[in-house]
Design a binder for this molecule. Structure first.
Ligand code: PXP
Length: 239
């Protein structure tokens, strides 16, 4: 089975547009779990554009599956994660200079900083993955800094126009490489109901984190139904 992590950030985006208390990402997480989510993912951004600390505190108490916190590699965010104690954390780039050409975290350039942050969180029992492009050098560096896993950036595959075979193969090769190094392999970014199947069929990938497409569908059919439809696709992918 492949796990579905549902990212509820954009429920908070709609709430922040009005600065009031609805819709509530915590309620959305509850409905996502009822629809079959295997985990809830949120990105607590430094600019607090959508998810707020209050959301993560409540999610920590109420999520019954597992909570995955995406965040930048900064002392502030590492301190917050130590306090909030998610089950999993995923380091993502927020500043341009932390990006590789494709958009994942540049672990090679920021090796010392990333290593220190991984060590601090894993020392607290939080499993850490690094959001990286499908590039062997970044994956190798992720293993060297001691991460539990990598989340392979699927954006290039999702954005490819026409035949996506080459980009899908890049993700598949990266997943296989990461798995051979002993890393747990996740994937995410830009996945939707139309493009998820080839990625979900990559055997080394054990978790996909999907946000925007599920929330967009939830606006039309409700959160529980939108998650169930995605979960059904993942079940179908693995036979
Ligand atoms: N995984 C990571 C590491 C992300 O940063 C994001 C976007 O917040 C996602 C997955 C989900 O991407 P999308 O909203 O395009 O499904």
């Amino acid at each position: 089975m492949i796990r579905l992590g549902v990212n509820v950030d954009h429920v908070a985006t709609v709430r922040q547009a009005r600065g009031i208390d609805a819709p509530d990402p915590v309620e959305a997480a509850f409905l996502a779990e009822r629809g079959g989510a295997d985990g809830i993912t949120v990105h607590l951004r430094e600019d607090r554009r959508h998810i707020q600390e209050r959301d993560v505190e409540l999610l920590r108490q109420r999520v019954k599956t597992k909570l995955n916190l995406e965040m930048a590699v900064t002392p502030e965010m590492v301190g917050l994660a130590e306090k909030l104690r998610p089950d999993d954390a995923c380091f993502v780039p927020e500043r341009r200079e932390e990006l590789t050409t494709e958009g994942g975290l540049d672990v090679l350039t920021h090796r010392a900083k990333v290593q220190e942050a991984v060590k601090r969180l894993q020392g607290r029992g939080i499993r850490v993955s690094l959001f990286v492009d499908p590039q062997e050098n970044q994956i190798e560096a992720s293993r060297e800094v001691g991460a539990h896993g990598v989340e392979i950036h699927t954006g290039r595959y999702c954005n490819a126009v026409g035949d996506q075979t080459k980009e899908c193969q890049e993700v598949a090769s990266a997943a296989s490489f990461a798995h051979r190094l002993g890393l747990e392999v996740h994937g995410g970014h830009g996945l939707n109901y139309r493009n998820v199947l080839p990625i979900a069929r990559i055997p080394e990938i054990v978790e996909l984190n999907i946000g925007h497409s599920i929330i967009a569908r939830a606006v039309m059919v409700g959160m529980e139904q939108a998650v169930r439809e995605m979960k059904d696709l993942l079940v179908r992918a693995r036979g």
